[in-house]
Design a protein around this ligand. Structure first.
Ligand code: MC0
Length: 141
């Protein structure tokens, strides 16, 4: 169903401050940034190298665009930290149908817009053994 862990998401109030720390202290590289208004987040993708190789896992640094967004509400209840992980697939429609047939609770009826024109959905934490899991189908170039 899945090919690799696409990214692990870290949520915090100030993405620029966290990105600078990852760059200056750990040598990570910023590859992409985007405001996703529907999700209410600024997201910055950082990677251990300046170019992605096929199955490289990125870190997604998330900050809320508004307090009533999912990440804004999450930060009211949690300290900055790991928010979700994202599993990559080539075919989110087939994966979603398969998981639904196995009783998994997905958040959206249809995939939504995600980072870099990907298509995304989420497995509810109740179906993810306490972990919020994103399913991501990267854009096909
Ligand atoms: C909430 N819960 C979590 C959690 N957030 N568990 C693990 N990880 C998280 N991040 C748990 C709570 O502890 C609680 O468990 C239960 O879920 C309900 O929590 P709540 O505080 O009442 O929150 P809800 O139900 O209002 O919202 C939770 C839900 C929401 C997962 C539905 O966060 C959501 O819609 N997330 C998907 C969208 C999202 O996260 N977008 C931001 C990333 P108990 O046991 O106390 O009941 S956007 C993104 O990542 C895009 C840009 C991309 O990658 O391309």
């Amino acid at each position: 169903l899945f090919t690799c862990i696409d990214h692990v998401a870290y949520a915090c109030p100030d993405a620029d401050e966290a990105v600078a720390y990852y760059q200056e202290t750990f040598g990570w590289h910023e590859l992409h940034r985007e405001s996703n208004d529907e999700q209410g987040v600024l997201e910055v993708m950082v990677a251990p190298a300046g170019e992605l190789t096929e199955h490289m896992t990125q870190i997604q640094i998330l900050a809320p665009l508004r307090p009533d967004s999912t990440v804004g509400k999450w930060l009211e209840n949690n300290r900055p930290g790991l928010h979700h992980m994202a599993w990559r697939t080539d075919d989110i429609d087939t994966v979603s149908a398969t998981l639904r047939s196995r009783g998994v609770r997905l958040l959206y009826d249809e995939p939504k817009h995600g980072t870099h024109n990907s298509r995304i959905n989420f497995i509810h934490p109740k179906s993810g053994k306490g972990v919020l899991i994103e399913i991501v189908e990267p854009a096909k170039h």
